[in-house]
Design a protein around this ligand. Structure first.
Ligand SMILES: [Zn+2]
Length: 190
């Protein structure tokens, strides 16, 4: 399996069309990612942890809408268009540059989710379970707290990227980002 690096500089290759499969409640992922996510959710439930998907595959149109709505919101807070655009771009990817558009990422939360401060997620038992167990199902925390300079993206403890096994376990054990990992094994997808 080729691992796709998707970020501001590396858009999803033209012609890439994920075969989608439902994870649950109308949330879809690329079929291998979906199957592993289902196993992850099931394993968590067995451990008494209820994890909910709140975003998974997104169409390009929906991605554009999320981006535009956030720019509008930032402008309503008093920023100029340029400032608003820049702020939005640090937290929401443009269409074709989001792992969600490839069906390879899911945003996860638990019943201990704090709507007012998403960053409190890192303090929850749901997050602690995911931090420990997600890699064995092929998922990594794609935007770690101490790697924002490398990922060029804000810290997102809720965003999990499917890379498969054993890659997820190696990346996590080494404490590196996906980009660094792909450079290391020289299998960067071009
Ligand atoms: Zn996400």
């Amino acid at each position: 399996m080729k691992i796709l690096l998707i970020d501001k500089d590396n858009p999803i290759p033209a012609g890439y069309k994920p075969v989608l499969e439902e994870v649950e409640h109308g949330y879809y992922m690329e079929k291998n990612a979906a199957r592993c996510m289902k196993k992850l959710l099931e394993a968590a439930r067995k451990d008494g942890i209820t994890i909910e998907v709140f975003s998974a595959y997104r169409t390009y149109d929906y991605q554009q809408k999320l981006f535009d709505d956030d720019v509008q919101w930032n402008m309503s807070e008093g920023l100029s268009y340029e400032e608003a655009y820049k702020k939005t771009a640090s937290s929401i990817a443009l269409p074709g540059r989001s792992e969600h558009n490839a069906g390879l990422a899911a945003d996860l939360k638990g019943d201990d989710w704090d709507c007012d401060n998403w960053y409190n997620f890192e303090k929850t038992s749901t997050f602690k379970w995911l931090e420990k167990n997600a890699p064995r199902f092929g998922f990594i925390i794609r935007y770690p707290k101490d790697k924002t300079q490398i990922t060029n993206f804000i810290y997102e403890p809720w965003h999990f990227r499917y890379v498969g096994c054993p890659h997820a376990e190696i990346i996590t054990r080494k404490g590196i980002t996906l980009k660094e990992y792909l450079e290391l094994c020289n299998c960067k997808f071009k």
